[in-house]
Ligand binder design. Structure first.
Ligand code: HEC
Ligand code: HEC
Length: 320
């Protein structure tokens, strides 16, 4: 009994549904005309939709999406604190002090550095290393025994990074380094956290070398001199960042070692040359004039006086 009743009820529902569909549903044929829509409510409106053509005729270029009006900014895009947002001072130079916005009562807090440590370990450690020594796993050699990165990440314990203004570190995070040798982390790391990472880096530099100041970094004193000398050159080698890229012990850093450089023959993009005063002067004054074979053309133009260059060359001569 029960089964018959169910079947009858199912049949009745099917008939009703069929009748309903025949009356109001699709009629099977295609039409170019817009569907009959008796009650419009607010379903169809003359409005611009993103990425669609403008159907209202309001805009001459026929696009529904508009550019911001000249001279206007979206919320959150206004930079009022260049120190905080760009790491630059009023002259456009990289800052040496942390922005007030990241301090509490004029001081950096331990919580802030701890946050920096955590962010460092997520974003920077794979290349720059847990010990900040540039020996992260990504920077290690691949299975073929060759370095995975063409340009090695520097150690934060190099004189160059210990003396680096924090505004320049900030720039490295925000924009990357040397056209992508290191990429920009602006998308992943918000402004506040970039400063937290730098605070952690400075703390770690100071832990290894007490002459590093948290804010100003390390200040290397180069004696004022009237005549060039190898001693003066040695101070410049540390103070002018050469130390970060040129070793003294024969090891290959970003650039060739200074060990035994003087007097040898060097294979360069302009053929084989003798390493003499003229070549060294040119290498320092115009780093891209001749590129040493096997090295990327990343040596920066470092502003130096003729006397300083003379001293540097006298020093390079002593590194045998
Ligand atoms: C994928 C590897 C990689 C990661 C991750 C990475 N770096 Fe680097 N970084 C490099 C390389 C390579 C260089 C050297 C680039 C050169 O000298 O051309 C570099 C250079 C730098 C420099 C020196 C900048 C200069 O002006 O010479 C700083 C500072 C720096 N990185 C900070 C950071 C910080 C902070 C993080 C984390 C937010 C980070 N890096 C993450 C690879 C990396
Ligand atoms: C960011 C890394 C970097 C820094 C900093 C740097 N150099 Fe270099 N340097 C290189 C690279 C890479 C080369 C090889 C490519 C080339 O010839 O430009 C090079 C090449 C040279 C050469 C030619 C070496 C040879 O084997 O023929 C000299 C000399 C030199 N640098 C001197 C200096 C001095 C002096 C300083 C500091 C005032 C300095 N460099 C700072 C990266 C650097």
């Amino acid at each position: 009994m029960l089964r018959v009743e169910n079947t009858q009820r199912a049949a009745a529902i099917a008939v009703a549904l069929g009748a309903f569909t025949a009356l109001v549903g699709c009629r099977g044929q295609e039409s170019e005309l817009p569907p009959v829509h008796l009650n419009h409510n607010m379903d169809t409106q003359e409005k611009g939709k993103a990425y669609r053509a403008d159907t209202t005729g309001l805009f001459a270029d026929g696009r529904a999406m508009r550019l911001p009006v000249d001279g206007t900014l979206a919320q959150g895009q206004l930079v009022t604190d260049v120190h905080f947002d760009d790491g630059l001072d009023e002259n456009g130079d990289p800052v040496k002090k942390f922005p007030d916005a990241v301090k509490v009562n004029g001081e950096l807090t331990d919580a802030f550095r701890a946050r920096g440590e955590q962010r460092y370990n997520i974003y920077c450690q794979p290349c720059h290393g847990l010990q900040l020594d540039g020996k992260g796993s990504v920077a290690a050699n691949g299975a073929d025994g060759k370095p995975r990165l063409q340009v090695a990440p520097p150690s934060f314990h190099d004189a160059r990074l210990k003396t680096m203004p924090i505004g320049q570190m900030y720039k490295a995070i925000k924009y990357g380094v040397n056209e992508g040798n290191m990429g920009s982390y602006a998308a992943q790391i918000p402004v506040q956290d970039r400063w937290a990472i730098i605070a952690y880096v400075r703390q770690q530099q100071k832990a290894k070398d007490s002459t590093v100041e948290e804010e100003g970094g390390q200040v290397l004193v180069v004696a004022k001199v009237d005549t060039a000398s190898a001693e003066h050159g040695q101070q410049l080698y540390a103070a002018k960042a050469c130390v970060g890229c040129h070793s003294l012990d024969g090891s290959k850093l970003v650039g060739p070692t200074f060990k035994g450089l003087w007097g040898r023959k060097e294979k360069t993009s302009a053929g084989e040359v003798d390493v003499d005063v003229a070549y060294l002067t040119e290498s320092i004054k115009a780093p891209n004039a001749k590129i040493v074979e096997g090295y990327p053309p990343v040596m920066p133009m470092i502003p130096l006086s003729d006397l300083e260059i003379e001293s540097l060359i006298l020093y390079i001569k002593t590194v045998q």
